[in-house]
Design a protein around this ligand. Structure first.
Ligand code: NAP
Length: 516
């Protein structure tokens, strides 16, 4: 009998024990950098001459690992072999597949600090963000394993005289899994293991900026006893091999998390029927956001300022749930903004692999650095910079916390996803106006409202149109099965990852009736 699911607890890095453990892990992982990682196709490992060179964003001279790069032919082969293996794997019991996840979660728990340290090197997460990412990966596996046990077998239907009726859930087939880099273990693990535990075979194409963390997930699942042919690992540029995977006639579903632009392209391509294809491809597409925190004139401003700074600048603003718009009532604008700026000024920034335990690291790569700085330039035209252009380390892709006031609700800074530490402040005249601004983008992922007005909180439950809504707390940091996660409108298909409906996206229902 398994213990009921409960989220993996965080640690406090101001305490000596966790701090010493993290420093030791950083040292150990630092000594192992530069390893090579193969592809995995049909259970065989393959080293290619062409490699993805994964580097540290905070120190681009530091090579984290060299990861073999799949060609389009190899991507095609991976889908074919995954398809051949589907029959066997789909006949494993749900319980047996779930046990592999429970075991993998236990392995990850034993290696928690080391897995967190790797993220400090590969994506420049702060210690606590990296630790939380690994906790989330563990939670995904522990939770989805239990969910699979619940979903397996016959489900009751209304009894009918003279017949025996039941409903069972069956896996779909080959799933192409395409995760982003920003939760390099958690999201990659959640998407991959959800597809696997439900009995599908998987072709995993990791993000090209975090392939070493993804390769580590493959190693953990291997150690946990996952049959190697069931999970194919094909790193490679999305632009080069994405279409082969998405358009393949043997691909049954695509599970994607990433930008709206790429997600929409996949949506369209997946809708076209390739020659020989005998099903409609299912797509689970989780995309970007232009998330906001709304603060009305009744709110606790100190509490709000704390939440805003954490949600806007945590992991350099590179969360799909990050607060990139502060929407504030005109009466409290000056007071709140002063508090936000005061807090944000104290943020420490640098290479998070140092013993400093810094709040912010570098942004993911040179293109992101360039794009964010272009938005800083746009912000200077569209509003007034009240924080920004502060000194950051010379080496690495650092962007300081940046805040623009006086941004129009329709300005680019208020409408476009920047995915960096840039906060746009938009002012509203009353609560109706605040809500209209909040809902006035094409996205609908996360939002928060700080207010003490009961009627407004109740109204926002209905009218604040986001997939994840928070009251009097920040809009980031959803927990497994506590706040199932997914957005509305152009933020995606609202799959509610980490929720009780999620696994059904990778299953199909079969009604079975026997007449007596
Ligand atoms: P991205 O550029 O869209 O990439 C996501 C994944 O798609 C990567 O593995 C990428 O591979 C791949 N890809 C790129 N072009 C492709 C193509 N033509 N065909 C198939 N795959 C392709 O996004 P990102 O920069 O990694 O992640 C940041 C974005 O993800 C933000 O917009 C953020 O809001 C969103 N996000 C959303 C959620 C959510 O739950 N809604 C969660 C996290 C992140 P390469 O790396 O090789 O290009």
């Amino acid at each position: 009998m398994l213990m009921p699911f409960s989220p993996e607890p965080y640690v406090d890095f101001t305490q000596d024990g966790p701090r010493a453990a993290m420093l030791a892990a950083l040292e150990k992982v630092g000594q192992q950098l530069g390893r090579e990682y193969p592809l995995r196709i049909g259970g065989k490992t393959i080293d290619t001459a062409d490699k993805i060179k994964s580097i540290s964003p905070a120190n681009p001279d530091r090579v984290v690992g060299l990861v073999s790069k799949a060609s389009a032919d190899q991507a095609d082969q991976a889908v074919r072999l995954a398809s051949e293996r589907f029959h066997d794997w789909s006949h494993w019991s749900g319980e047996a597949r779930a046990r592999i996840l429970i075991k993998a979660a236990a392995i990850a728990r034993r290696r928690l600090y080391e897995l967190a340290a790797l993220q400090c090197y590969e994506v420049s997460k702060s210690w606590i963000e990296a630790y939380a990412d690994v906790c989330e990966a563990i939670d995904f596996m522990d939770f989805y394993a239990r969910e699979m046990m619940r979903l397996q077998g016959a489900h009751p239907v209304t009894p009918f005289p003279g017949e025996e009726n039941e409903l069972r859930y069956l896996p779909l087939g080959v799933g192409v899994v395409i995760p982003p880099w920003n939760f390099p273990l958690a999201i990659c693990c959640g998407m991959t293991t959800a597809a696997l535990v439900t009995g599908n075979t998987v072709v995993l194409k990791p993000a090209s900026t975090s392939p070493v963390v993804a390769a580590t997930l493959v190693e953990i699942l291997d150690e946990a006893g996952l049959p190697p042919e069931v999970l194919n690992f094909v790193p490679g540029s999305g632009g080069a091999i994405g279409d082969t995977l998405v358009c393949h006639p043997l691909t049954r579903f695509i599970s994607f998390t990433g930008s709206m632009e790429v997600g929409l392209g996949i949506f369209e391509k997946a809708a076209r029927i390739s020659e020989g294809q005998i099903w409609l491809k299912r797509t689970v597409l989780e995309m970007g956001g232009k998330d906001c925190i709304v603060v009305d004139e009744t709110a606790d401003l100190e509490l709000a300022a704390e939440g805003i700074v954490a949600a806007a600048f945590g992991f350099q603003g590179q969360k799909c749930s990050a607060c990139s718009r502060l929407i504030v009532h005109q009466k409290v604008h000056d007071d709140l903004l002063a508090r936000v700026v005061e807090r944000a000024k104290k943020i420490t920034i640098g290479d998070t692999v140092t013993p400093e335990n810094l709040f912010m690291g570098a942004v993911i790569d040179a293109p992101a650095h360039k794009k964010i700085n272009e938005y800083v330039g746009i912000g200077k035209q569209e509003g007034r910079m009240v924080l920004g252009d502060t000194k950051v380390p010379d080496k690495g892709y650092f962007v300081p916390p940046t805040i623009f006031d006086g941004i129009d609700r329709n300005a680019r800074l208020a409408q476009e996803e920047i995915f960096g530490p840039v906060l746009a402040v938009v002012t509203g005249k009353d609560f109706d106006d605040l809500l209209a601004i909040a809902n006035g983008t094409q996205y609908g992922l996360t939002g928060a409202l700080y207010s003490k007005d009961r009627q407004r909180l109740e109204r926002a439950r209905i009218d604040f149109h986001v997939g994840n809504l928070y009251f009097n707390r920040k809009c980031t940091g959803a927990l497994m099965d506590v706040q199932p996660f997914g957005g509305f409108n152009m933020s995606g298909t609202d799959s509610k990852a980490g929720g009780r409906d999620y696994l059904q996206l990778f299953l199909q229902g079969k009604s079975i009736c026997e007449r007596w």
